[in-house]
Ligand binder design. Structure first.
Ligand SMILES: [Zn+2]
Length: 264
């Protein structure tokens, strides 16, 4: 859905960078980073940034590291978003094209991680691995809380409201963006300090939503049903929309032609 919010310049650049297999569609490569996370083992820490248990806030210096015993700095989802934005920007804006970045991978990682950082439980508590170790029931099915937020809420919404058709669900979310969320939406892409991207802000929003909505009434062994589903679905849809709108804004910014930047 991001493609519809891209400027002409960004659209051209994105299509050029995408692998042939994507056939010009950014959405087609969004799961690529999940598929390769076991092959590119180094990348698996980059999908999340967990916080100390029950604090409900996020701090880059404290929380952005991998979970190895070395706790390597910057190896988390917000660090990765900074890194891949820098790679793309350095080549397209400053034309340091001698640098050896793989920009196709940078674009695919960036698109995926901006989605991940908006999923509240990708900035969850360390002790339960962002809900992965909280085992409960989603209606009659056994599941972990992280998977409920990654997949099962969306699956249930598709079945209940959207005739199992993702395109219809995306259309409905877009209609929401242009109606109810419109006034709010104009503020989504805005980062303070003239920054292109502000993953720390997205991560702070996520842990706050995780505490208010994801973890609440979802303890190990509980059964999540209609109450939970109907009250959390709007949050899932809001975060999908925010992720999409912000990704488009970031790509528009990175790929704005130099002539236009000079004019501005
Ligand atoms: Zn991921």
């Amino acid at each position: 859905m991001e493609m519809e919010y891209l400027t002409e310049d960004a659209l051209v650049a994105v299509k050029e960078l995408l692998p042939d297999s994507a056939e010009g569609d950014l959405a087609a490569v969004c799961s690529w980073a999940d598929e390769i996370r076991f092959h590119y083992h180094w990348s698996s820490a980059l999908h999340y940034a967990d916080t100390p248990d029950f604090l409900c806030n996020y701090k880059y210096c404290r929380d952005c590291h991998d979970s190895s015993r070395f706790r390597r700095k910057d190896r988390c989802v917000t660090g990765a978003i900074h890194n891949y934005t820098m790679q793309l920007t350095s080549v397209f804006r400053d034309s340091k094209s001698e640098l050896n970045y793989n920009l196709t991978e940078a674009l695919m990682f960036l698109s995926h991680f901006i989605g991940d950082v908006h999923q509240p439980l990708h900035v969850g508590f360390t002790g339960d691995e962002g809900g992965n170790t909280i085992i409960l029931h989603w209606f009659r099915r056994k599941a972990n809380l992280h998977h409920v937020w990654d997949t099962l809420v969306i699956d249930s919404a598709l079945k209940t409201f959207y005739e199992k058709d993702l395109a219809i669900m995306i259309q409905a979310i877009q209609r929401n963006i242009t109606n109810d969320w419109w006034s709010d939406m104009s503020t989504w892409p805005y980062c303070g300090n003239n920054e292109t991207v502000c993953p720390n802000q997205y991560a702070s929003e996520s842990i706050s939503l995780a505490c208010k909505f994801a973890y609440r009434n979802a303890t190990a062994g509980s059964t999540l049903e209609d109450d939970y589903f109907y009250s959390r679905l709007p949050i899932v849809e809001l975060r999908l929309a925010q992720g999409g709108v912000r990704l488009a804004a970031v790509l528009n910014n990175i790929f704005a032609s130099k002539a236009k930047i000079a004019q501005a």
